[in-house]
Design a protein around this ligand. Structure first.
Ligand code: UDP
Length: 249
């Protein structure tokens, strides 16, 4: 039988009552925790938990771009690093950036660039760090969601926040917000990120296969989850900024 990281495939990923291995309904997100301003040293930060996936994001800047010859005359450079800590996964991840982490850093950067007003900071650089503390599926979507919150927390002007989750196909059922086992043993995994205010998709990847009709239904399911996440993001930011005195805003 197929086996990843020593964890065998459960006999069934969906039970006779339509429940998933962690007891969720197919259209249910995992329990979410969100906090902004969790770090003192960075200009903006956010912590997110989507079930067992725990991610922290930190933003520095805008600051003068270094080395200077890399500075752009008409906009800021957005540097982005997605990284998994060695202890975030079952089989300790090697130190240093893997190809997967380099790819995900690029994917996250490109999504963030669609909503950030970089042209307001010519010759500057903004650094975004995404650290995965514990991985249980959906780290790129949790990372992107946290990174957009950290940018907002840093006061960087943005057209919208980015909210993201994955949808997929597991034992023939479409499911929202896949955990690691569903990701590994399911038939398809599709991370989706949106700028919900504009109803625009800023990142979409698909690993596996879906029929066209399934793809449409999966996208609608992702959108439902994204709207729930977006609501929580706005609440957490409102809470933070309503607690600040007028001088601090
Ligand atoms: N994973 C792992 N080791 C790795 C990379 C990933 O155990 O080196 C696990 C981790 O739980 C991750 C999941 O596999 O969340 C799915 O990884 P994928 O590449 O699909 O990205 P993600 O869903 O985290 O965005």
């Amino acid at each position: 039988m197929l086996e990843f990281s020593g964890i065998p495939r459960p006999e069934r990923l969906i039970d006779e009552n339509g429940r998933r291995i962690d007891g969720r309904r197919p259209d249910e997100l995992r329990p979410i925790k969100m906090e902004v301003g969790v770090l003192d040293k960075s200009d903006g930060s956010a912590y997110i938990e989507f079930g067992g996936t725990k991610v922290i994001a930190a933003v520095f800047g805008p600051r003068e771009a270094h080395p200077r010859h890399l500075a752009l005359p008409d906009r800021a450079i957005l540097n982005c690093r997605y990284h998994m800590t060695s202890f975030s996964v079952e089989e300790r991840k090697p130190l240093g950036m893997t190809r997967r982490e380099i790819e995900l850093s690029k994917v996250i950067r490109e999504a963030l660039e669609t909503v950030t007003f970089l042209e307001e900071f010519p010759r500057a650089a903004i650094d975004v760090y995404v650290e995965v503390i514990q991985a249980d599926g959906g780290t790129r979507t949790a990372g992107l969601t946290a990174a957009s919150l950290a940018l907002a927390d840093a006061g960087i002007p943005m057209a919208d926040l980015i909210a993201a989750t994955a949808v997929g196909k597991v034992d023939g059922h479409l499911v929202l917000d896949l955990c690691d086992l569903e990701d590994k043993y399911g038939e398809a995994d599709m991370p989706v990120a949106m700028a919900p205010r504009f109803n625009s998709i800023v990142m979409l990847q698909l690993n596996g296969r879906m029929a066209i009709d399934e793809f449409r239904r999966a996208l609608a399911l992702a959108q439902k989850g994204i709207n729930e996440i977006y609501k929580l993001q706005r609440e957490v930011l409102k809470r933070k900024f309503s607690e600040l005195s007028p001088e601090e805003v």
